[in-house]
Design a binder for this molecule. Sequence first.
Ligand code: CA
Length: 227
Amino acid sequence: MRVLLVEDDAALARGIVSSLRLSGYAVDHETGGADVVLLLKQEQFALIVLDLGLPDRSGFDVLREIRRAGDVTPVLILTARSSIADRVRGLDLGADDYLIKPFDPAELEARVRALVRRGSGQPDPIVSCADLQYDRSSKIATLRGEVLPLRKRELAILESLITRAGKVVSKERLIAEVFGFDDDTSPNAVEVYIGRLRRHFGPSGPRIVTMRGLGYLMEPVASESGH
Ligand code: CA
């Protein structure tokens, strides 16, 4: 899943980016609010983490502009201001949640997870496909009760596919969600990770179908085997 962070404090931004990337999110970072609305027209994010005190304009203005443009991406605001009036204003302008600085990275991650889940229309952290269960909170995938030893990128690709089981997910979308545009990614990387996932699933696990020229699709039901 892809997250947009808008934060001008370099040290804080570095910390947030690395902690979210470790949790398997693709993170894009903007240091000001000027380009956010334009960026949202071009790219799709699962969540925006928005600082209220930006150098070029107020986060409130950015938020107002996002919502006026009809964009419903969940927004988590970060504020150094502890006044209730500011928090209320943020929520009234269409923010979904807020965090007061300084905050613990674990709390940020928990709120990010909850907002991403809600935004995906699947508030339950556990999603299933055939015999495979995936817990988006703990990032653990189990096949017939056995934990699969998946790595970070494999989990991210699995999460993208399984939350849209039965639908085609384009390669571009997977690259954007799993790697973000800061990473230098070869298009073949996705194929490599898909290949690894298929090996982990084995012949009787869920099937990832290649839709030539379109992308990949995780079949919503178990493939027939042994019949
Ligand atoms: Ca700031």
